[in-house]
Design a binder for this molecule. Structure first.
Ligand SMILES: Nc1ncnc2c1ncn2[C@@H]1O[C@H](COP(=O)(O)OP(=O)(O)OP(=O)(O)O)[C@@H](O)[C@H]1O
Ligand SMILES: [Mg+2]
Length: 406
């Protein structure tokens, strides 16, 4: 798909609306162009092209914001420039400091991802989904007259690996969207990789990250592997580590956005090791939600998502299947489904290896066959994949949960 034409369309529409002085609608069109441009950026080949496109996306968001706040900058001038990234002018020579600032900005922009995960892609966890929806609703809906409800800005997910923490964060970010499907900007931060790549600069990256998130509001900042940035500190720790923590604390307090109802930055942190977190950081999280291993009903839902919704027919009894997968995480169930389906397909399409030898054209023309999956298929795969989370692990999470005073 050539994404550039819908972008161009959105921009043309925005310009028309602007000229008709329909500033709110023009802003919405710019937001749409920004979201499309962000997706276009993800598809870019090469980092330079990606960064140029991300910058464009930010510019469109900026124009939208200015249109909304009444601080109108003529968007006409922007449109005159060629928005396609080919033939961009060579950058002017930069000072060392400017270059470093540019690199930090680029590192932050590269964290923006668009989420395609919806609530229906997550099996079970209904109460958690509702809890998140309440938090969003209370924050985003019109306040009752003369009443100021406080916004929910920090949520922590903890629990065993592969239970849907990352999925929930992605669905939350997609849930914050308007009728044009312009969604919240999702910053997906794998903390350990930021730390290893930019150790000395990490605290600058955090400030830049939250600054950009405020500029692109509404935004969701997802801090994955949170314990590696917000772990307990002792006297042995180095300066940069302490700086990171204090920057993080002030960003979690949201000092910069205080009292500004129009800015919404939601921080979602996730960890498998909540007991390693710094107490001051922990106290900033209004919601700490345990994402446990799925119960039998949730396992049935997860199996449905990975089998039935993908068109496979299952002849095994759902209750029996759910019972046989006790102790499995969502990720382990997904692996099990992959194992079962590929084995089945390999078994009834024995011609595949010979076909591959005959070349790509032959393979592309070939129609694969499937058959319904039976309990025997599952039993073979279950014997091969065993769950990794132990009863002792589960107990540890539950005990930590009990020890948290609300
Ligand atoms: N509740 C669920 N419903 C459907 N699929 C799930 C569920 N939980 C996990 N999965 C599957 O497992 C994969 C991993 O889930 P996810 O990345 O959300 O786990 P996580 O809790 O973030 O794990 P980790 O702690 O290791 O980061 C998902 O991509 C999905 O395919
Ligand atoms: Mg995860």
């Amino acid at each position: 798909m050539d994404l550039y034409s819908p972008i161009k369309q959105a921009l043309t529409k925005a310009k028309e609306l602007y000229e008709a002085r329909e500033y709110d609608r023009a802003a919405a069109a710019y937001d749409k162009a920004a979201s499309l441009m962000a997706i276009y950026a993800e598809q870019a080949i090469g980092r330079d092209a990606e960064m140029r496109r991300r910058k464009k996306a930010m510019e469109y968001r900026e124009v939208a914001k200015k249109l909304r706040s009444g601080e109108i900058e003529s968007p006409a001038a922007k449109d005159e420039r060629d928005d396609r990234d080919e033939g961009a002018a060579a950058p002017a020579p930069e000072s060392k400091q400017a270059k470093q600032a540019g690199e930090i900005k680029a590192a932050v922009l590269s964290l923006i991802k668009s989420s395609t995960i919806g609530w229906a892609d997550i099996g079970g966890l209904e109460a958690t989904k509702d809890e998140i929806k309440y938090a969003l609703g209370i924050t985003l809906a019109k306040q009752p007259p003369n009443v100021q409800l406080s916004a929910w800005t920090n949520i922590l997910f903890y629990g065993p690996p592969g239970t849907g923490k990352t999925l929930l964060a992605a669905a939350t970010s997609r849930a914050i969207r308007n009728a044009d499907d312009v969604q919240a900007v999702f910053f997906n931060v794998k903390v350990s990789s930021i730390l290893s790549k930019y150790f000395g600069e990490s605290s600058k990256i955090i400030s830049e990250l939250y600054g950009t998130a405020r500029d692109t509001s509404p935004a969701v900042v997802f801090l994955d592997e949170f314990e590696s940035i917000a772990g307990k500190r002792d006297d042995q720790d180095s300066g940069p580590e302490r700086r990171i923590l204090s920057t993080l604390l002030s960003e979690l307090d949201g000092m910069e956005a205080k009292g500004r109802r129009d800015i919404y930055v939601l921080t979602i942190a996730a960890t498998n090791r909540p007991w390693d977190l710094d107490a001051a950081v922990l106290s900033r999280f209004e919601k700490k939600i345990l994402i446990p291993l799925p119960d039998a009903a949730a396992r049935r839902e997860i199996l449905k998502i990975h089998l039935d919704k993908r068109g496979f027919q299952v002849q095994a009894e759902p209750a029996q299947l759910a019972a046989a997968t006790e102790g499995y995480s969502g990720r382990e169930i997904e692996r099990l489904c992959k194992e079962v389906t590929t084995r089945m397909v390999a078994e009834i399409n024995r011609e595949i290896p010979a076909l591959i030898d005959r070349g790509l054209d032959e393979v592309r023309k070939h129609q694969l066959k499937v058959r319904p999956l039976t309990m025997a298929d599952f039993q073979k795969a279950i014997a091969k994949i065993s769950p990794q989370t132990t009863a002792a692990d589960v107990k540890k999470y539950n005990e930590w949960k009990e020890a948290q005073v609300e």
